[in-house]
Design a protein around this ligand. Structure first.
Ligand code: MN
Length: 193
């Protein structure tokens, strides 16, 4: 018995229901500096980075073998906060094998899964504890924390699907989620083209 993650070997791992983290696997951390061009309000981004470099989210990459037929899984934790009036969010990505789906199950917190495809269709699903969100193939997806607690989700996807951040990093999503009059609103991304 050892801890190496190999396919065809049964395994189990603990994720905390309180903070979403595992006590036996490291997480990958994304700070604001890694997403500095991705928020709509560039002045707010720069002002925040002068003060500190807040942790926006973290997630587990358990190193599951990227073999057809394997499933990759883990937790994602998006912290509460905003850059300007835009809520903390994940970078978002398409899958490299673009027609592969994913399931996210919300353990804690509240927010949205924002999805869009290359044809311009978009959808948003609410995250709340107990809600499972199915992200269909061909849809880029981004988790957004619109609440005051960490947004904790457990995800499962085809292990060989791959992550394609490039199109999102350069263009963003067509929609952004901002706070207006104290509540989240989905609006057109003024920087999308
Ligand atoms: Mn994905």
């Amino acid at each position: 018995m050892h801890n190496a993650m190999k396919h065809y070997v049964s395994q189990a791992i603990y994720f905390s229901l309180n903070n979403g983290l595992s006590d036996s696997a490291p997480s990958i951390k994304r700070h604001l500096s890694a997403m500095s061009g991705m928020y709509n309000d560039q002045e707010a981004t720069e002002a925040m980075l002068k003060e500190s470099d807040p942790l926006l989210y973290e997630f587990h990459d358990l190193g599951i073998s990227e073999t057809e037929g394997d499933l990759a899984f883990g937790t994602s934790i998006v912290y509460p906060g905003k850059v300007g009036n835009e809520y903390y969010m994940t970078k978002g990505h398409f899958h490299t094998i673009v027609d592969t789906a994913e399931v996210y199950y919300c353990i804690g917190g509240s927010g949205m899964m924002l999805m869009e495809n290359q044809e311009g269709d978009w959808e948003a699903q609410l995250f709340a504890p107990g809600r499972a969100v199915y992200v269909p193939g061909r849809y880029a997806h981004r988790s957004i924390n619109t609440g005051t607690e960490p947004l904790i989700t457990f995800y499962v996807f085809r292990a060989d699907a791959g992550h394609n951040y490039g199109a999102i990093e350069s263009k963003g999503f067509r929609k952004i989620v901002v706070e207006q009059d104290g509540k989240p609103e989905i609006i057109d991304n003024p920087r999308w083209m």
